[in-house]
Design a protein around this ligand. Structure first.
Ligand SMILES: [Zn+2]
Length: 90
């Protein structure tokens, strides 16, 4: 059986126009959704924040997201999220 790889793109608006978001932003999105898939229902902070602001770099490779005062990547879970996951999986 052959499966075609889905194409996923995240576009962001920059002062010089729209372009694809850098790999760091995609990493954060995938990480966030993976933690949801592990049973973390709610949004709190860090990787599991409800709202993140884009912090565009001069190049896509420098793009990051900001959740409050936390810049991602690197992926960072709050202590509360760690406890939540431990309560599910320990
Ligand atoms: Zn979410």
């Amino acid at each position: 059986m052959l499966f075609a790889a889905p194409h996923v793109a995240v576009a962001i608006n920059t002062p010089s126009g729209q372009r694809n978001a850098g790999p760091g932003i995609l990493e954060v999105i995938v990480g966030h959704e993976l933690v949801h898939a592990l049973g973390h229902d709610k949004h709190n902070s860090h990787l599991m924040a409800q709202t993140m602001q884009k912090e565009m770099g001069d190049r896509a490779a420098q793009d990051r997201l900001r959740a409050g005062t936390i810049y991602l990547p690197p992926l960072s879970l709050s202590d509360e999220s760690v406890r939540t996951l431990q309560s599910i999986w320990a």
